[in-house]
Ligand binder design. Structure first.
Ligand code: NAD
Ligand code: DAU
Length: 356
């Protein structure tokens, strides 16, 4: 069986749902259930005996030791993290606690467990650490995309904390021989993404007739990947990746934010027309994110060349599925945007009249 951390969140939940669709190997899912973790993402698995959910912290060494001894996983996939850049700017402490200290404690517990395995179990064991392209910093408009050998130049508290965790897993491989794999992925989108991130926030606000906040000039570029493609890449790296290696994962799909938002507006005009007029009327330019990285782009040739992975979804098909999913799952959106979500929106967008 495998142990997956942070799998009540956006990518982790998609990963577990996909995993149990394509094979029968059981999953223990360890998640702290922060504001971003939501057991409703896993409703489909309620009666599935292949899925065991445990609420807990990757930084809780006693709990991790117990879970490892009880379930004896052959692999760990570490999604658990604080993941939102804007929140890291308002309050970096949680990011250091989970992304740095939590990863360190998890690594230490896993190292002790791995040391007690037989030789063949040790060789087969994997610790896959899920990271981000943001650790590489920002790119000039005509610079080549990030490759695995780019220097680390994180610019936000979030990316600095992820960079620190990447360095820890690298060192635990180099020093202790733990069979580590690291993936650095670009921006994901798709079902179950918490509506604090650009794409679900814009869909949700548009449907409520609220302003669609564009930071700065809206010309920042991200490389968007449909979440199911990220999940298939992680499965591939887990099965075929070489221990100690880093694999960049991306969609070959660079796009400025304003184009993303206009695409969503056009899809909503088609799928849920509004008598008040086109959704693009709600686009509102607001103050820029402090330290905002201008451009990310992933060179995903290594994972294609060495592991034969390529994204299956185009942006056109993926964004259509995503908008349709949010239209079909209005109740999920209502549930996750109650209470604390409203406080967050007030804090972040208070300056932008009507968003909060
Ligand atoms: P998310 O915020 O939606 O989910 C994170 C999950 O981790 C939540 O369920 C939360 O409850 C859980 N968690 C947080 N702290 C924890 C702790 N101390 N112990 C156990 N569980 C904890 O994040 P996401 O977008 O699904 O991202 C998952 C991973 O992928 C993160 O490591 C992130 O850095 C990385 N990543 C995300 C993207 C993206 O575009 N979203 C892209 C590349 C990499
Ligand atoms: O690149 C991978 C990263 O992508 C992941 O590591 C992070 O976990 C994930 O949150 C994401 O980070 P970004 O900061 O790129 O994603 P976000 O959706 O917050 O913002 C995408 C772009 O849109 C970014 O340039 C900021 C801009 N933006 C965002 C919000 C929430 C706006 O213009 N307005 C907004 O209201």
């Amino acid at each position: 069986m495998i142990l997956v951390t942070g799998a009540a969140g956006f990518i982790g939940a998609n990963f577990v749902l996909d995993w149990l669709t394509v094979n029968d190997e059981p999953v223990v899912n360890l998640d702290k259930l922060t504001y971003a973790g939501n057991q409703q993402n896993l409703t489909r698995l309620e009666d599935d005996r292949r899925h065991v959910f445990v609420q807990g912290d990757i930084g809780d060494s006693v709990l991790i030791e117990r879970l490892l001894a009880e379930h004896r996983p052959r692999a760990i996939i570490n999604f658990a993290a604080e993941s939102h850049v804007d929140r890291s700017i308002h309050g970096p402490e949680d990011f250091i606690q989970t992304n740095v200290l939590g990863t360190f404690r998890l690594l230490e517990a896993v190292r002790a467990y791995w040391a007690g395995l037989s030789d063949s179990e040790q060789t087969a064991f994997r610790f896959l650490h899920v990271s981000t392209d943001e650790v590489y910093g920002t790119l000039m408009p005509d610079a080549p995309a990030f490759s695995e050998t780019n220097p680390y130049q994180p610019n936000s508290p979030y990316s600095a904390s992820k960079a620190a965790s990447d360095h820890l897993v690298r060192a635990w491989h180099h020093t202790y021989g733990l069979p580590i794999l690291t993936t650095n992925c670009s921006n994901n989108y798709g079902p179950y993404q918490f509506p604090e991130k650009l794409i679900p926030l814009v869909i949700n606000n548009a449907l409520q007739g609220k302003p669609l906040p564009i930071y700065g000039d809206g010309q920042q570029v991200r490389d968007w990947l449909y979440v199911a493609d990220h999940c298939s890449a992680i499965r591939r790296v887990l099965e075929e990746g070489a221990p100690g290696e880093v694999y960049n994962i991306g969609g070959w799909n660079e796009m400025p934010n304003i184009r993303i938002v206009r695409t969503i507006c056009a899809l909503l005009d088609e799928l849920r027309p509004n008598v008040a007029g086109p959704y693009s009327r709600l686009i509102t330019y607001v103050k820029d994110r402090p330290g905002h990285d201008r451009r990310y782009a992933i060179d995903a040739r290594k994972i294609e060349r060495e592991l034969g992975w390529k994204p299956a979804e185009t942006f056109e098909s993926g964004i259509r599925k995503t908008v349709q999913w949010y239209l079909n799952n209005a109740e999920w959106v209502t549930n996750v945007t109650s209470g604390a979500y409203r406080e967050w929106v007030g804090k972040q967008y208070g300056r932008c009249k009507g968003v909060a």
